[in-house]
Structure formats: C-alpha cells, structure tokens
Design a protein around this ligand. Structure first.
Ligand code: M6R
Length: 366
C-alpha cells in the first residue's frame, strides 16, 4: 500500500505531480487559458460583495492560508486576515454578514477549525471550505467550497495536502479576480499556463531526492535550524521548519528573512544551519543581502535557488537549483525540496516519520 516506498510520507511527496494534476482536472481547460472553480461562480454575489475574507486553519493548513492571503490580496484586492482557528474561536472576533470565512483543513475534522466555522456562522458570515477528506465535518458545516482532490493523506506530516491547498487557492484567486476585473488578461493567461506546467516542474524537483538524501546526512548533528524566506516564500519557510520539527525533533524556526536583524540573528554561529529560499523573484536582491548578513556571522547557508543562479551559489555553503517559475507559484516548487530535506534528516536519525511521537493525523480534540 506504500507503493514500494519505505514510508507513506515519501510516497505522498512523490505523488504530488499527479495530485496537482488531479486537483486542476476539470477546473483548468485543456488549452490552459481558463480556470473555473464552480463554487466561486455559483456564489459570486456573496464573494464579490464581501468587505473582507478571513482564513481560519491550523498547522500546515494555516501556512497555506498565509499564501492564500497573499494571492487573494494581490489579485482580487480584497483584504484578507489569516487566523489560527484556536485563537479566533476564543477571541470574540469582530465578524458579521459582510465577511467571508474560508476554512482550510486537510482532514475536515480539526476541532478548532470546525468550532471557528460554527462561530463565524452564528455571526452571519458566509462560509467557504477548502478540504481534502470528502464528506468530512467541515465540508458539511460550510455553505460551499472546493475539495483539493489529492487523495487520502496517511503520513502525519502533511505534504501533498499543502500543495493541493495552495493550488486551490491560486485557482480561487484567479477565478475571483477575473469576475471582479482586478487582473489583467495577460497576467491571468500567464499564470494559468504556468500553473498547468507545475506538475512537470515538480517532477524535475523530485529528481533532487538523492542529492537531498546525501545532504541530509551532514545535518543529523544539528539541534537547531533556521528557515528564511520573503514574500510568497515566507510561509514556505514556516512550513519547512514545521516539517523538520515534527518528524526529526530538531528545533526549527521559520522567519521572514528581513526580521533576522530584529533579534534572531543573535542565534547565528558556525553551528547554525540556515535554510534560505532564494529563488529569482521580486525580493531576490533583498534575500541576497540577508544571506550575506548570515555568512558574515559564519552561519551555514543552504540556499534553494533558481536554476542557473551564479551569485548565491558562490556565497552559500550549499545551493540547490530549482526550476524557474513565476513568483506566485513559487511555493508549489520550493516546498517540495524542504519536505524531502525534513524527511531524509528524520530517516537518518532513525525516526518514525509516518507516526511521529505525540502527534495525531487529525486533531479532533482541542
Ligand atoms: O486536517 P487539518 O488540515 O485541519 O490539520 C491541521 C493541522 O493539524 C495539520 O496541518 C498539522 O499541522 C500537520 N501535522 C502538519 O504536518
């Protein structure tokens, strides 16, 4: 049932190109010039008239929510807040019938997320679910929504659900932006076309598996890791750090790279591995100077760069080249090697990656 893989987690990481194709099937046309999430069209009055979106989620799904905020704000010009469901539900939040709540959950059974949905419903908000498990509690409690269709996820560490959630959020933002008229035709077409190429590009990334397995051997000594990214890559840094913590039990922190100098840079010394997502996008130059700040303090930089990068590869201790894509789709590429890095470090340390200690696949108690 693990399809020849030693763990469900590795199987699920490798399934991602197919899962993303399944997720897009029937939503992006064959010419790759149009994307439609039917629930968005069916409920467009509610969605277009919303004064604000609030995304509620936990864990990895919350990280996908941060990417969703960036996407929806950029393309639809609607303000978006991202809330930990567990905090939102106990805060007596300001929310009413002019708000749209998006509940993000792989399992559809997370107790805090379900409670946040119930609270938002009682205040009259419109509720949209983005889940994986068909017919689970959250899709039943929401008014409408979109499944991510990535198939059952067994590994406790979420992998394909995250990339599936990001894919749905891209499709949601594009569908809504087109309806609202807040995206130019050319930009829209460029993103849809590139989205249709993501599965092939993910396959290319998966070819780095052996390289990452080898690299992982050198990090089993580490007690701490820092993950840095900016813009769309900041949530990816958080997600990379969470993956490592969950399965290898190495303490890891994700930060927006520019926040380093406001405190965490004090932690940097020659023992500290720093993973930096440094692909060629709008903030590349800024990330480059963040890397220089770390190198000046002798930190060990593992940089994930765009293929052909010659600048960062000269200063980083190790640089891994990834296929080029457009900025808003970068998380679909950069997340994959971070999943593999966490996986291999945990395997090298002899940990049970599918069933890490103290964790359950769905957190149905608060
Ligand atoms: O099923 P959900 O997406 O609602 O689960 C939320 C979190 O419990 C989940 O993402 C958790 O953080 C994972 N173990 C992360 O790998």
């Amino acid at each position: 049932e693990k399809g020849g893989y030693p763990h469900f987690m590795l199987k699920e990481i490798f399934e991602q190109p197919d899962c993303i194709r399944d997720c897009m099937r029937g939503r992006i046309n064959v010419e790759a010039n149009n994307v439609v999430l039917s629930a968005i069209i069916d409920y467009k009055e509610h969605l277009l008239n919303a004064k604000r979106f609030i995304i509620v989620a936990c864990g990895t799904s919350w990280h996908a929510g941060l990417i969703g905020k960036h996407l929806i704000e950029s393309f639809c010009r609607i303000p978006v807040e991202v809330e930990y469901a567990s905090e939102f539900r106990y805060r007596d939040p300001v929310i009413d019938e002019h708000d749209v709540v998006i509940a993000l959950s792989q399992s559809g059974e997370t107790a805090d997320t379900l409670a946040a949905v119930d609270l938002a419903k009682s205040r009259g908000a419109f509720i949209y679910g983005i889940c994986n498990a068909i017919g689970s509690s959250i899709p039943r409690a929401t008014y409408t929504g979109s499944y991510i269709h990535v198939g059952p996820e067994i590994g406790v560490a979420s992998t394909k659900a995250f990339t599936g959630q990001v894919t749905v959020l891209v499709m949601l933002a594009l569908t809504l932006a087109k309806e609202k008229g807040t995206i130019g035709e050319e930009q829209y077409l460029t993103i849809v076309k590139e989205l249709s190429h993501i599965p092939e590009k993910m396959k290319e990334v998966l070819k780095l598996n052996d390289t990452l397995a080898e690299l992982s051997k050198t990090f089993t000594y580490a007690h701490n890791f820092i993950y840095l990214g900016r813009g769309y890559s900041y949530p990816v840094a958080l997600e990379g750090a969470l993956k490592l913590k969950e399965i290898s039990y190495i303490h890891a922190e994700g930060y927006p790279a520019a926040e380093m100098k406001h405190g965490p840079i004090a932690l940097i010394d020659a023992e500290m591995p720093v993973v930096v997502i440094a692909t060629q996008n709008g903030l590349y130059e800024k990330v480059l100077s963040n890397i220089q700040e770390i190198k000046a303090r002798k930190g060990k930089v593992i940089a994930f760069v765009t293929k052909g990068d010659t600048v960062i590869s000269k200063i980083a201790d190790c640089s891994i080249e990834l296929p080029e894509t457009i900025e808003c789709l970068d998380p679909l590429i950069t997340t994959v090697p971070l999943q593999l890095l966490a996986y291999h470090i945990a395997v090298c340390k002899g940990m049970d990656v599918d069933q890490p200690r103290n964790l359950a696949k769905s957190v149905t108690v608060e």
